[in-house]
Design a protein around this ligand. Structure first.
Ligand code: SF4
Ligand code: SF4
Length: 309
């Protein structure tokens, strides 16, 4: 299917109007090498308890198993950088920046659906399925293929103009576009993220062992935080931003987001006491539309107990 009326420019204009900052286009081809690397990472057990990452490898490799007549992937980046600074008082813990406000899945999913709807309105032959950080799609891989940035040594997608504080969403579509060229890797000789990681979770450039990553330990992890991490970190109650905070591309180029929703950020830090005395009902009420719900109250309490022991 050719995109006679729906050109790259049309998609770009509609997407940026909706709040996306980055738009790129990649040919929907097999991700043979990327799947091989993912398999090696899984075989090493670096996904820790996230067994869901082992699922749908066939779809991850071949987007045509998701959309039969897939021709392209439109990759979209949305800068979420809220420039507020967080200073902790005693008895408080930090929340990863992406989780300060409303769950980005809600915000972005709605915008993707609107974008698909508008493209269908222009040409009813357009078909697209959108994903944001869920489903059988390798978000960062497609983002890199579509020229949104390069995958840094901290395994985040980094853009020269925004750094890495942006979400990646992808639309698999039956239309053909002009394709972008992947960006070169601009990490160079820098190793700031590897050096700064307090748990040595970046075991080699671009390879993170989730078993050691504070983000995993405080969010997806269902068990206790192992004793080997005692004293390794003292501030993070949900997630960890250290390897992004030290990245020179973020220090220099993080730009305040233009998406209003990301300024409504009531959960930049949490008081230990408040978490420990929270009931399930209060947790649900407060975090039902926040990414923090992912850790569940049990996990959040575990995280606090780890910090204060
Ligand atoms: S998120 Fe934190 S713990 Fe995980 S790799 Fe980055 S610095 Fe290390
Ligand atoms: S801190 Fe340095 S090595 Fe790590 S991702 Fe950023 S530029 Fe690359």
């Amino acid at each position: 299917m050719s995109a006679a009326k729906i050109t790259n420019e049309v998609v770009y204009n509609l997407a940026t109007e909706l709040g996306f900052d980055l738009v790129g286009f990649a040919k929907a081809e097999l991700l043979t090498n990327e799947i091989q690397r993912l398999r090696e990472w899984l075989n090493q057990g670096f996904h820790a308890g996230m067994s869901y990452m082992e699922r749908n490898l066939d779809k991850k490799e071949n987007v045509a198993l998701i959309l039969e007549d897939a021709r392209s992937v439109i990759s979209l980046g949305m800068n979420y950088f809220n420039p507020a600074e967080v200073r902790l008082s005693s008895g408080e813990g930090k929340i990863s920046r992406y989780a300060w406000g409303k769950d980005y899945h809600f915000i972005i999913k709605e915008k993707i659906e609107l974008l698909i709807e508008r493209l269908k309105f222009i040409d009813s032959e357009f078909n697209g399925i959108g994903y944001v950080d869920a489903g059988p799609v390798m978000d960062k891989v497609w983002g890199a293929k579509a020229g949104l940035g390069w995958i840094g040594k901290n395994s985040n997608l980094i853009n020269r103009n925004f750094g890495s504080y942006f979400f990646v969403a992808n639309i698999i579509t039956n239309f053909i576009f002009q394709y972008d060229v992947p960006q070169p890797d601009f990490c160079g000789a820098c190793t700031a993220c590897i050096d700064a990681c307090p748990t040595q979770a970046i075991v080699s450039p671009k390879i993170v062992d989730s078993n050691k990553c504070i983000s995993y330990l405080t969010i997806e992890n269902k068990g206790e935080i192992p004793r080997e991490f005692d004293g390794k970190y003292s501030e993070w109650i949900f997630g960890c931003d250290i390897c992004q905070e030290v990245c020179p591309w973020n220090k220099k180029f993080s730009t305040p987001t233009r998406v209003e929703e990301f300024y409504d950020a009531p959960n930049k830090k949490l008081k230990f006491k408040e978490v420990l005395s929270m009931t399930n009902g209060a947790f649900k009420k407060r975090f039902s539309s926040s990414p923090i719900k992912r850790a569940k109250l049990k996990g959040l309490k575990r995280n606090v107990l780890f910090l204060i022991k």
